[in-house]
Design a protein. Sequence first.
Length: 253
Amino acid sequence: MSICSSPNKDSDNTAPQSRKLHKAAGALSTAPLPPETTSKGSKVSSTRRYFLMKSEPDVFSVDDLAAQPNQTGCWEGVRNYQARNLMRDHMHVGDQAFFYHSSCKVPGIVGIMEVSRAAYPDHFQWDKGSKYYDAGSDREAPRWWMVDITLQERLEEKVPLEVLREEALKPGSPLAGMALLQKGSRLSVQPVREEEWKFIHEKLIMAPKGTGVVREERGEEGKTSSTDGEGEKGEKKDEKRLGGKKKKRRTGT
């Protein structure tokens, strides 16, 4: 387990009872998995669910996760109830997530991660020295939670948002209802349907070179913009920093 040094910030603090998953996202899909356990003996869920998790690359990138011990770190600092509920109530060991670079020149999927520890209380909520300190959170009933994630694959070629949108417009596309592509989609943690995951992995990630994906350039993500092209202008930016690593330049939250 890595040391969490700075929280990730979600887009808003809307109360859970006033927030609902976008209808287009549908129910969280599952796929059967054989019984198995982690090296520490933790039980792995018998079904696998899929997610997409955003981070600004100039704050915490897929390369930063790759540099962590065992390529593992905690996804801390989520301060949005809907995103928290997804992590706390639906993420289990063995579930997978796309690592998505947001608020950059070319936003898109840059890696594949696996949940290596189920949700547990985010200790930053009780740290009075943290900007994410929450005086209203009781240790007996924690308000904010986080998970540990492990990098499985860093993509050589990014799957950009633009390509996902183009694919979603094609007749019968399995991406037509993808949460990421819906108008006003802002959450930094989102559900991904099984058919969406399989299509992206098989048709876009595993696709031959020159089929529309963008080769990842080291250092390309240092440039940020006021929006990641997903209708997020004016949104409070996601933050991610793990394992004591600090970047010289940070975006506002």
